[in-house]
Design a protein around this ligand. Structure first.
Ligand code: ACO
Length: 150
């Protein structure tokens, strides 16, 4: 992946990000609901307590505001000699920041985190529309996604 633009950074999501563009950025992906500051703090606390499993990450711009978000979940399994599988979830780049390679940098960075965590593969679900994006990030189509909505 190319380097981040000058002043941009890739870092863990923090409790102080409640008013820093994290929720707004996720709204380009789907609805978030009305999340209170207390709910947000509890959630980030949960991720931090289980930081070997939940790796919530963000890209910030030169002013420190969040402009891209993504989550890596590390699943420890029994199969493949107690292997770990990475799951990439909730990728979003702020509308006015799309097309600047931030999405690609995010995916490459989360994939590197998965490698560092010992994962033997990383999987994700995406729309047909986003398939070319993930292919440019080194992913390939395999299997099919199933869902039951509860
Ligand atoms: N179709 C074809 N090519 C694409 C698409 C697309 N939909 N999106 C990006 N690309 C290409 C770019 O043109 C670029 O190609 P190049 O390197 O040859 O110039 C390459 O992929 C990298 O693109 P980025 O600039 O890194 O993409 P961006 O920063 O805009 O992020 C993303 C892409 C994350 C899909 C963004 O558009 C977005 O947030 N969309 C709305 C939310 C969303 O759909 N998120 C993904 C859900 S799937 C999940 O979360 C696991």
């Amino acid at each position: 992946a190319p380097p981040l633009p000058e002043g941009y950074a890739f870092r863990a999501v923090q409790k102080s990000d409640y008013t820093n563009g994290y929720i707004e950025t996720l709204k380009v992906l789907t609805t978030t609901g009305d999340i209170s500051e207390a709910q947000f703090h509890n959630l980030v606390q949960h991720w931090e307590t289980h930081s070997h499993i939940y790796k919530a990450r963000a890209i910030t711009d030169a002013s420190g505001k969040i402009v891209a978000t993504g989550m890596l979940v590390v699943e420890k399994k029994l199969i493949h000699s107690c292997g770990s599988v990475g799951h990439i979830e909730d990728i979003a780049v702020a509308k006015d920041q799309q097309g600047k390679q931030l999405g690609r940098i995010l995916i490459v960075s989360l994939t590197a985190l998965a490698r560092d965590a010992g994962c033997y593969k990383v999987i994700l679900d995406c729309s047909e529309h986003n398939k070319p994006f993930y292919e440019k990030c080194g992913y390939k189509h395999e299997s099919c996604a199933m869902v039951v909505r509860l």
